[in-house]
Design a protein around this ligand. Structure first.
Ligand SMILES: Cc1cc2nc3c(=O)[nH]c(=O)nc-3n(C[C@H](O)[C@H](O)[C@H](O)COP(=O)(O)OP(=O)(O)OC[C@H]3O[C@@H](n4cnc5c(N)ncnc54)[C@H](O)[C@@H]3O)c2cc1C
Ligand SMILES: NC(=O)C1=CN([C@@H]2O[C@H](COP(=O)(O)OP(=O)(O)OC[C@H]3O[C@@H](n4cnc5c(N)ncnc54)[C@H](OP(=O)(O)O)[C@@H]3O)[C@@H](O)[C@H]2O)C=CC1
Ligand SMILES: C=C(O[C@H]1[C@H](O)[C@@H](CO)O[C@H](OP(=O)(O)OP(=O)(O)OC[C@H]2O[C@@H](n3ccc(=O)[nH]c3=O)[C@H](O)[C@@H]2O)[C@@H]1NC(C)=O)C(=O)O
Length: 303
């Protein structure tokens, strides 16, 4: 029987020993000591307060599309913001979307209005919160380029609106990656006034292009490593002869060498060992240290 703890009178329930595997796109990971997925900011505040009162560390989760979670699971309270899903549109191309809104859903919603600026995000299976934290991007654009402000919940329980200049955005990072604040919503400025049919066609074409260049048929986390610019991780890994290389059921994708695929039944340990193997081979051959883009959470045996 799953142990549950009612956190507020509004129905927010924390579950004990809750499996996280289905909450990541890699489809791996052990249980959270406690897990909660609030449906309102007040429930989120209650969850944070409860964790603090119990002395539990907090792990923040979006759609789990850039996470490798240990098979042993995670201690403390894992908070998923994926069910915070409100989106408000004004007449001047601004949208304020809650942290759990999928970027792909938002891309289609703004395309329908004839707003440009989010086409690049249609193939990214993450949420608004994850996009802000990771500075998600593709095809020459990124989150930083369209962000007006973001609202965060601070550990003291208060909400604060932050400007992009204070988020220290760089390629695939922001200050929020190493920070306890939880993104509750973000406001984006897009470009209204275009033909909705044309923006929808561009959006479809972006997705189609991605599906031909990246492996979308099996679970992954997208690019495993950041590009050590000006070189690309995919090129380096392919030139190291690693395409198709497997550890257990984790495999370097044939279609794109910077993707690791869960071929069915892979463990987080398989994926972790494959990551370390790729790093060692690339370092040996090119004297380059590939830095993971994927966020590695929990305990793994050093190799
Ligand atoms: C098939 C595939 C294709 C991909 N393509 C791209 C791509 O083209 N470009 C790209 O940039 N990425 C890509 N990714 C990676 C991933 O989708 C992005 O990094 C995405 O922004 C992660 O969002 P998420 O909601 O899944 O966050 P998660 O993976 O759940 O979390 C990522 C980080 O954000 C933190 N976090 C999540 N939500 C919050 C919150 N509300 N408040 C505070 N912290 C939070 C987590 O603690 C973690 O540190 C791809 C992934 C896959 C599986
Ligand atoms: N390789 C991997 O590990 C994974 C890859 N993916 C891929 O990442 C991408 C994003 O995934 P995800 O975040 O799950 O979101 P999806 O792209 O699957 O769907 C998001 C929403 O977009 C809307 N939508 C989809 N197609 C259209 C369209 N042609 N016109 C209008 N609206 C549309 C749908 O809204 P409505 O329901 O209202 O119609 C849907 O709910 C997808 O391409 C998916 O295949 C996702 C997960 C894992
Ligand atoms: C998927 C992600 O983001 C993706 C994003 O979707 C795409 C499109 O904009 O550009 C980046 O990929 P990428 O740099 O690998 O882009 P690609 O155009 O596929 O490849 C770059 C270069 O590497 C070469 N390449 C790629 C894969 C491969 O197996 N072999 C190879 O030689 C390509 O031929 C190309 O010359 C992002 N990755 C990173 C780490 O920056 C992610 O972050 O998860």
């Amino acid at each position: 029987m799953v142990l549950e703890k009612q956190l507020t009178s509004t129905g927010c329930v924390a579950k004990a020993q809750f499996s996280l595997a289905n909450l990541t796109t890699f489809k791996v990971g052990g249980p959270a000591e406690w897990f909660v997925a609030p449906r309102s900011v007040s429930d989120l505040q209650a969850a944070v307060q409860w964790a603090q009162s119990e002395g539990l560390p907090i792990t923040r989760l979006g759609a789990g599309s850039n996470l490798l979670i240990s098979d042993r699971g995670l201690p403390g309270l894992v908070i998923s913001t994926r069910y915070l899903r409100q989106a408000d549109f004004d007449d001047a191309g601004r949208v304020t979307a809650a942290a759990g809104m999928p970027m792909a859903t938002l891309a289609w919603k703004v395309a329908k209005r004839g707003w440009k600026g989010l086409v690049w995000s249609v193939g990214i299976p993450g949420t608004v919160g994850g996009a802000v934290v990771m500075n998600a991007g593709a095809h020459g654009s990124d989150t930083q380029a369209i962000l007006v402000s973001t609202e965060v919940l601070k550990p003291d329980g208060s909400l604060e609106t932050i400007r992009p200049a204070d988020l220290e955005f760089k390629y695939r990072t922001s200050v929020l990656q190493k920070d306890p604040r939880i993104v509750t919503q973000a406001t984006f400025q897009l470009e209204p006034g275009h033909d909705p049919q044309a923006v929808r066609a561009e959006t479809s074409a972006d997705l189609e292009q991605r599906r031909t260049t990246q492996p979308y048929h099996l679970p992954s986390c997208g690019s495993v490593f950041r590009n050590p610019k000006p070189k690309s991780a995919g090129w380096l890994i392919e030139q190291s002869g690693l395409k198709g290389f497997k550890v257990g059921q984790a495999q370097v994708a044939e279609r794109h060498a910077n993707f690791i695929l869960n071929c069915g039944g892979a463990t987080a340990t398989d994926i972790f060992q494959l990551i370390r193997h790729i790093q060692a081979i690339v370092d040996d051959k090119w004297s380059l240290q590939l830095r993971p883009e994927v966020q590695i959470l929990g305990e793994f045996q050093p190799i």
